[in-house]
Design a protein around this ligand. Structure first.
Ligand SMILES: Nc1ncnc2c1ncn2[C@@H]1O[C@H](COP(=O)(O)OP(=O)(O)OP(=O)(O)O)[C@@H](O)[C@H]1O
Ligand SMILES: [Mg+2]
Length: 248
């Protein structure tokens, strides 16, 4: 089982769009997928038309194997389950006993899924540290701007200083506007400096925004669109890198 966080300290970089589209496409390819919407904003739950409610709240999920199985909802798509958000997740930082509480909570799901995706809230908190201990890979959407890159570099330094070499970091460019000179320059120059960058990037496209209106993954209603194809390539690239890893 691979546990993959879609994470960035920054908000609004395309984490949820990525989590929703990759979850759908991975399930379509035959993998048994669980998407856990860890963000009290509940955007992934919204896209999948799942009520953002967990009986007993996040605290119960963290401490009861039975509760975590009971909270999982089927999605409208084969092979894809959703663990919904709950507004109580805002308190999760205080409900985690130690850095490995989330990892332990996921343990009973081993065997039931091939891939667990974590749609993470922005910021860097105690919950984030728990996410870092629970995942074996991290997908990091990066908008090609100077400040976003600076934040990414801080994040990479943090992982190196804390010896989190068990996490395969997979940054990629998100919401790319190829008419902008700076976006083009950054995309062309950066992967040389940070070789872990995935080659695929996701363009800035109105079809992605339409997901909010349709409440469906992109490939369900715009399969032939450029961003839908880009998400397919992104998944293929990620699966290729995951194959090189020992499973978490
Ligand atoms: N490739 C894209 N092209 C155009 N708009 C996009 C793209 N990706 C995401 N968006 C839009 O940008 C906004 C933020 O995207 P999203 O919710 O996926 O980001 P996020 O990183 O999960 O945000 P948060 O940190 O608040 O959870 C949304 O309105 C979404 O529709
Ligand atoms: Mg989000």
């Amino acid at each position: 089982m691979n546990t993959v966080a879609i994470y960035h300290i920054k908000g609004g970089v395309g984490k949820t769009a990525t989590a929703v589209n990759l979850a759908y496409l991975a399930a379509l390819s035959g993998q048994r997928v669980l998407l856990w919407d860890l963000d009290p904003q509940a955007a992934s739950s919204f896209y999948f038309r799942v009520k953002p409610k967990v009986k007993g709240g996040g605290k119960k999920l963290l401490h009861s194997d039975e509760a975590i199985f009971k909270a999982i909802k089927a999605s409208d798509y084969e092979n894809l389950d959703i663990l919904p958000a709950d507004f109580s997740y805002r308190k999760m930082d205080h409900q985690l006993e130690n850095k490995k509480t989330l990892k332990r909570a996921l343990e009973p799901l081993r065997g039931a899924y091939d891939l667990i995706l974590l749609d993470c809230p922005p910021n860097i908190t105690y919950l984030s540290e728990n996410i870092f201990r629970a995942c074996n890979a991290m997908i990091i959407p990066v908008i090609p701007t100077i400040l976003s890159l600076r934040t990414l570099e801080q994040l990479i330094d943090y992982f190196q200083s804390k010896d989190m070499s068990h996490i395969k970091l997979m940054p990629f460019f998100s919401i790319v506007d190829s008419r902008r000179q700076l976006h083009k320059e950054i995309i062309n120059s950066l992967p040389e400096k940070i070789p872990m960058f995935l080659k695929t990037y996701i363009p800035n496209a109105s079809e992605v925004e339409q997901m909010g209106v349709r409440r469906k993954p992109l490939s369900v209603f715009a399969n032939a669109s450029k961003p839908s194809k880009a998400y397919c390539y992104l998944l293929a690239e990620i699966m290729g890198r995951l194959k090189e890893l020992p499973e978490a």
